[in-house]
Design a protein around this ligand. Structure first.
Ligand SMILES: Cc1cc2nc3c(=O)[nH]c(=O)nc-3n(C[C@H](O)[C@H](O)[C@H](O)COP(=O)(O)OP(=O)(O)OC[C@H]3O[C@@H](n4cnc5c(N)ncnc54)[C@H](O)[C@@H]3O)c2cc1C
Length: 427
């Protein structure tokens, strides 16, 4: 069978690898000049560094199994770096039960309430009981006003902006239930996994085509016609890993019913500035910014997690935001971004000086975070589409999980099975 895979992120590459390994003729079409999608990296020193901060949790078993299968296990390491919140100008560690009990912005009774509600989330093995509630309502009721307004409301507002009060509690539950304090990282960057997957596809006779922009998808005469950079290519089966909204724009012949039901919802884009500093900025890995007035919502000091030597001795620091794709931030030049960020960095570390900055990169991505509302699960499209031979699998179908490389890998394994079974059935 000729199998086309649209998109070369974690999902597309894993699906392509599974299909190529089963002996099919696979062509992966990726519009960028590098595989890896949202988890792709850029070169900094001797390593690849992700364009957007990435790590694994100990529960991410599917991607750990894939790393093992590709012979990269020796690069995978685990650590418990420090996560903290910035509140009223001070940093407080907040990443385990002991730090919850020490969290002095809250009264002792509220710390106990915060810890007890988090324990309840950790002990509940299903999202189901939380589905009727918004995170706002459940967290405020379970933890009280003081905890909600100090810890969660600033985070929800910073991450989801105008949608902050619509986010489903099921989504929030998954973030607590599945996440672990120990985090994993692939030495040299996750790009090494994606390059290894691309190589494994090629070794099995598959083709990875970069700078290949898919312009339309149509099922006709028993095959699937995909227009790529103005030329039509034909496949027996196609796995599209593009965001649902993009797929809906490119696919020809989707029913009105399908479009009304699934071409739905709101997405945020991701914006990340990465500074390569000559000196350390903080002594923590992850800082959630709970203070209003900062131009970024998270500061991720990667050198406090990974090996600084891999990056030519620099301390890479991510300054990240999720924003509506229409936000003026996406139009700003790198210098304009930096000018806004420097005073905030000086508030975090008064010694910080612009001269510490050796390198700066800014990355922007659309469709990076769906707004998972209570209605969201009813709107998720199935993997089979109204177009015969065309499967849709993307990171917005991993509900109640948030996005994550692990869930893209898991879905790719599942959808590849579906494709392989359908190929076997049609002889
Ligand atoms: C800021 C941020 C932080 C994150 N942190 C983590 C983390 O710590 N840990 C973790 O595991 N995950 C994290 N994630 C999520 C993780 O990046 C994603 O879940 C995963 O990379 C999704 O892979 P994918 O293949 O499903 O989608 P994508 O990576 O989006 O892949 C889709 C691909 O399709 C391509 N494409 C789009 N349109 C076309 C077209 N017309 N023609 C051809 N190709 C096209 C895109 O270029 C892209 O390469 C984070 C994401 C963001 C944005």
């Amino acid at each position: 069978m000729r199998i086309g895979v649209l998109g070369g992120g974690a999902l597309g590459l894993t699906a392509a690898y599974r299909c190529a390994r089963a002996g099919h003729a696979v062509t992966l079409l990726e519009r960028q000049d590098l595989v890896g999608g949202l988890a792709a990296g850029f070169r900094l020193g001797d390593a690849w560094l992700e364009r957007f901060y990435h790590h694994l949790f100990e529960t991410d078993r599917d991607i750990v199994a894939l790393i093992d299968e590709l012979g990269l296990s020796s690069r995978l390491w685990w650590k418990k770096p420090v996560t903290a919140v910035l509140y009223r100008g001070r940093r407080y560690q907040l990443d385990d039960p002991a730090s919850v009990l020490r969290f002095s912005p809250l009264a002792p009774v509220d710390r106990v309430r915060l810890g007890a509600a988090l324990a309840l989330l950790k002990l509940t093995p299903s999202a189901r009981p939380f589905e009727p509630f918004t995170a706002n309502r459940w967290l405020r009721t379970a933890m009280g006003d003081a905890v909600f307004s100090t810890v969660w409301e600033p985070l929800l507002r910073a991450k989801f902006g105008e949608f902050h009060d619509q986010v489903s509690m099921a989504w929030f539950w998954a973030r607590v239930y599945c996440r672990t304090p120990r985090l994993g990282y692939l030495r040299g960057g996750f790009q090494t996994l994606y390059l290894a997957l691309a190589e494994a596809v090629r070794e099995r006779g598959g083709e990875i085509r970069l700078n290949a922009e898919v312009e339309s998808i149509a099922s006709e005469g028993g095959t699937v016609a995909v227009t790529v950079n103005g030329r039509i290519e034909r496949f027996d089966r196609v796995v599209a890993t593009l965001p649902t909204r993009l797929f809906a724009r490119l696919a020809r012949g989707l029913s009105e019913d399908w479009l009304t039901r699934h071409d739905w919802g709101d997405w945020l884009g991701a914006h990340c500035a990465i500074l390569g500093l000559r000196q350390p900025l903080t002594d923590i890995y992850w800082l959630n910014v709970n203070d209003p007035g900062y131009p970024f919502l998270a500061l991720v000091d990667h050198a406090n997690f990974a090996e600084r030597d891999d990056y030519g001795g620099l301390h890479p620091v991510y300054l990240g935001n999720y924003l509506p794709m229409s936000s003026p931030r996406f139009q700003q030049t790198d210098d304009e971004v930096l000018t806004e960020y420097i005073p905030a960095l000086q508030r975090i570390n008064p010694a910080f000086d612009r001269s510490w900055i050796e390198t700066m990169h800014v990355f922007r991505a659309p469709y990076a975070q769906p707004v998972v509302t209570r209605e969201f699960p009813a709107r998720i499209p199935p993997h089979t589409t109204p177009l015969p031979g065309v499967y849709l699998a993307n990171m917005f179908q991993v509900y109640p999980q948030d996005r994550g490389q692990n869930y893209s890998v898991r879905m790719a394994n599942r959808v590849a099975q579906m494709v392989l079974r359908s190929a076997a059935a049609s002889g």
